[in-house]
Structures are given as C-alpha cells and as structure tokens.
Design a protein around this ligand. Structure first.
Ligand code: ADP
Ligand code: ADP
Length: 224
C-alpha cells in the first residue's frame, strides 16, 4: 500500500498558499515530513486525514481516493493532532474498552485481550486505572497511539508529537512509533530534524507549502 499525493494545492481565504503543488509518494514504514512552523505541515496532514478540502490535485491511499471516499479513509486512519485532548475523568482501560465497542468488537473477551495488549504495548499498563486527566504529556501521546491502534489503521498521522515532551518521554514515544512501522504508513510531521534523522527511512522537507527535498534522511543531512 502506498499513499500518493499528486499536484495538491490549497490556498486559504486569506491568500496563504499553504499547499503548493505537492507531489509525494509515501511507502509503508516511517515517513518524516520536516519543515519550520508555518511551512504547511498541518495543512497537508489535515487534508490527508480528510479533515479539510483541497482546491485541486489528488490523494490516493492504495485504491482509495482520499478526497472523495472519506468514510473509507477514516476506517483505516489513525490521527494524532498536535493538540491531542483526552477525556479527563475516565481511565485508560475503560475508555479503550468503550472505543472498541464503538468499533464493533462485540465479544467481551476479544476486547479485553485487545485493550490489554494495547496498554502493554504503549507502556500504560501500570496507569490503566488512573484518570486520563492525571496523565503527563507523554502518557497522553502514548494513549493517543493506543486509541488510534484500535482501528488497526493502515495509515497513522502524527502531527508534531514531541513538542513539549521531556527527553525520556520523547524517546519512549518515538520508539513506540517506530515499532508500528512495518505494515503501516506512519507519517511523522515535525520541525525537529533529530526526530526524522533517528527514525525515518524516507522523508520530505517542506517550506512555504512546497516540497524542497524528497529522499532519505542521510542524503538530506549530507546536503545541509
Ligand atoms: P474555516 O475558514 O475553514 O472556518 P477556521 O478559520 O475556523 O477555518 O480555522 C480552522 C483552523 O485553522 C482552526 O484551528 C484555526 O485556529 C486555524 N487557523 C485559522 N487561521 C489560521 C492562520 N492564519 N494560521 C494558522 N492557523 C489558523
Ligand atoms: P505548519 O503545520 O507547518 O506549522 P500550517 O499548515 O499550520 O503549517 O500553516 C501553513 C500556513 O497556512 C501558515 O502561513 C498559516 O498561518 C496558514 N494557515 C493555516 N491554517 C489556516 C487557516 N485555517 N486559515 C488561514 N491560514 C491558515
């Protein structure tokens, strides 16, 4: 499965050309989208995540036309926005179980197994009965991953995840992301070079809505 973006454009009503003729092919594994604040990363991520319209161009996720078949994309999408909110007065195990019900997993034993494996995987098992309002920033981000994984997504979009995390939490979160990679397209949007350098096999650099570089991080850094 590939994500293919072709001649994509978006100009906001204030005249900002936030996505400027973007062409990208993104394979399974970790893809880094690197660019400074205001480069157009969130605009591109929101468009891929079916949360906003493009003016022209196309986005294909395998056979799915992302701009027109929104429901099909949403079924297979995990999206962690920059400001990820959690319900403060519910604990992780209860909320994940509820979300699994909403995803149509009706068998209690099946849900229990899934929820427990997600809590283990995201290193939240110890904190499973603690209210989410008491979680640290890093715990919230990891919970976001657990929540996203309930849908067995083929595409996971993570927008500026490490902003505000301390170094230990940052490493923990990035390692978790890298474990999801193999059969999934994971797009990591960030302004931090190290996040991309450490984890991504493929990347693009964008600024002012335009793709300035596509390739692997090593070649990119060699050019800096
Ligand atoms: P719409 O024009 O589609 O109604 P909004 O103006 O409500 O969109 O903005 C959608 C999102 O974009 C909101 O989260 C808003 O805070 C953000 N936003 C709006 N204008 C800007 C801007 N100039 N730069 C960055 N983000 C913006
Ligand atoms: P990044 O995620 O790389 O910081 P954004 O996609 O948020 O970049 O913003 C790209 C450009 O588009 C910026 O100039 C920003 O101010 C502008 N912008 C973002 N959202 C909106 C919006 N809803 N309305 C108007 N301008 C916006």
């Amino acid at each position: 499965m590939q994500l293919t973006i072709t001649n994509l454009n978006k100009t906001y009503s204030n005249g900002v050309h936030a996505i400027n003729n973007v062409n990208l092919t993104i394979n399974q594994g970790m893809f880094g989208l690197l660019g400074p604040n205001g480069a157009g990363k969130s605009s591109l991520m929101r468009t891929i995540a079916t949360l906003q319209e493009a003016d022209s161009g196309s986005i294909m996720l395998g056979e799915i036309n992302v701009l027109t078949q929104k429901d099909d994309v949403r079924k297979t999408l995990g999206y962690l926005p920059q400001e990820f909110g959690v319900y403060p007065k519910i604990d992780a195990i209860t909320l994940l179980d509820h979300l699994a019900v909403l995803k149509g997993i009706t068998h209690k034993a099946e849900r229990k197994e899934l929820v427990e494996s997600l809590l283990q995987k995201t290193n939240l098992w110890e904190a499973r009965t603690k209210n989410l309002g008491g979680y640290s920033g890093g715990m919230k981000q990891r919970f976001g991953i657990a929540q996203a994984l309930i849908a067995s997504p083929k595409l996971i979009i993570v927008d500026e995840p490490t902003a505000g995390l301390d170094p230990a939490e940052r490493n923990r979160f990035l390692n978790l992301l890298s474990e999801l990679g193999e059969n999934t397209i994971v797009i990591l949007s960030t302004h931090i070079v190290e996040d991309v350098k450490e984890l991504c096999s493929d990347m693009a650099i964008i600024n002012r809505g335009q793709v300035l570089y596509k390739g692997n991080p090593f070649d990119a850094m060699a050019q800096l």
